[in-house]
Design a binder for this molecule. Structure first.
Ligand code: ADP
Ligand code: MG
Length: 408
């Protein structure tokens, strides 16, 4: 060290200041980290990609691999219809994605038809011992990642297309679930197959028309006419009309598919332009079967619902997003009640509670109505909480209301 006190003390001061700054920075990081960790759910605290959990889940699967039952197709036969027979509740699990694998996320959902098991990975309070809190549900169908859309269509879509073309039925298929769970993938596959089968089943006295619209923030807009604004009105007889909605007549499967693709393209385009708008809207693709006089006979509505997590983020700072979330929440709750009403033959289906249920009124209250719901779930452990929420929703839809249980 060179002599010259002042210099040395300057250096020491600088070093002390640097140490202090580094300490403050570390404290801040630690605080930020703590805050981040508090925000994470239990499933995300160090369980993603954990080899012990992966091993436990795979042992569970080995022990249960022969339990899956064969799928039965949805029976729309009136004679076979028992209580709850007008609805069909399915779960579809999509395969794990490349991105999830890269993020070391792992698969924590097992579909063993008719059961779905969510392997909720947990740490005991000691913070070391690990255990699986397996949550089990059962539905009309549990489709695993190995079952393709053709199989889902065979069980659910096909019987409903027959029902609307041959029996003048009103049917509705909903895709419910978190954004990224496979709703659009599933519905586009169903749309394509339905478009072909409708024309195979159609009798010569009937014609087909297609309409496609979207409900966004409680507003209704036409997807076949550049989002022209539509009004929903109920007439004196209680019929609901979507005023201004264009129905495109189609002569064959190709032109039906072309019209549907146009609507889907408009939605996909917006997905990249506006911040996540398509995950905040419900899309209704309706295939109408009409008689010679143009009177509607049968109809099949294929509905790609808004992301179920969107109804929950009501704490956003953005006022518009908050309003939209409340609207989505309201419509998904109303939908649940309406499907339950149809299942139990309830005379008071609360379809007026939201725009979505209003425009689908026919599917809930006519005597010849059927509803199928496909609850889509992702496989990854990091979305366990959302997956459980989706399964609980689907479970409550099929559940008979308490009053019904008491009478039985
Ligand atoms: P959502 O409409 O619920 O937001 P998407 O249908 O867009 O979800 O699916 C998210 C991603 O996962 C897409 O890239 C889609 O292609 C893929 N995907 C979804 N379901 C399946 C499936 N069953 N098999 C293969 N890929 C799927
Ligand atoms: Mg989608």
């Amino acid at each position: 060290d060179r002599p010259g006190g002042p210099k040395k003390s300057t250096l020491a001061t600088i070093q002390a200041m640097e140490r202090a700054r580094e300490e403050r920075r570390q404290q801040m990081e630690a605080r930020k980290d703590r805050k981040e960790r508090e925000k994470l759910s239990n499933a995300e605290k160090g369980v993603v990609g954990d080899v012990d959990f992966v091993r436990m889940i795979s042992a569970w699967r080995d022990a249960n691999k022969d339990q899956a039952k064969p799928h039965a197709t949805f029976s729309t036969n009136e004679a076979e219809k028992n209580a709850g027979g007008a609805i069909c509740i399915c779960v579809r699990k999509r395969p794990i994605s490349r991105r999830e694998v890269n993020n070391k996320d792992h698969d924590a959902v097992s579909c063993v038809h008719p059961s779905v098991v969510v392997h909720d990975c947990r740490l005991r309070v000691d913070g070391i011992s690990k255990y699986l809190n397996n949550q089990q549900f059962a539905f009309d169908h549990a489709f695993s990642e190995n079952e393709d859309t053709a199989e889902i269509y065979r069980c659910v879509g096909g019987p409903l297309v027959e029902f609307v073309t041959r029996d003048d039925g009103r049917a509705c298929i909903f895709a419910y679930g978190q954004t990224g769970s496979g709703k659009t993938y599933t519905m586009e596959g169903v749309q394509a197959r339905a478009a072909v089968q409708v024309f195979q089943e159609l009798s010569s006295e009937r014609s087909v028309g297609v309409s496609f619209f979207e409900i966004y923030g409680g507003r209704c807009q036409d997807l076949l006419r550049e989002r022209a604004r539509l009004q929903v009105r109920e007439d004196g007889r209680g019929d609901v009309h979507v005023v201004g909605l264009a129905e495109t007549p189609v002569e064959d499967a190709e032109s039906l598919l072309a019209a549907i693709s146009r609507g889907n393209e408009l939605r996909t385009k917006q997905k990249t332009e506006v911040n996540d708008a398509s995950s905040r809207s419900h899309a209704v693709c309706r295939i109408s079967i009409r008689d010679k006089d143009g009177k509607q006979r049968g109809s099949l509505s294929l509905v790609d619902l808004a992301g179920s997590e969107r109804g929950q983020d009501t704490r956003s700072h953005n006022r518009q997003l908050r309003t939209e979330s409340a609207e989505i929440n309201k419509s998904l709750l109303a939908l649940k009640e309406c499907i339950r009403g149809l299942a139990t033959n309830d005379a008071h289906v609360p379809f007026r509670a939201s725009k979505l249920t209003m425009v689908l009124r026919d599917s809930f209250v006519r005597p010849r109505s059927r509803v199928a719901m496909i609850a889509c779930v992702g496989p990854s452990v990091s979305c366990t909480d959302h997956t459980i929420n989706t399964l609980r929703y689907a479970d409550r839809v099929k559940e008979k209301p308490a009053t019904q249980l008491l009478n039985a």
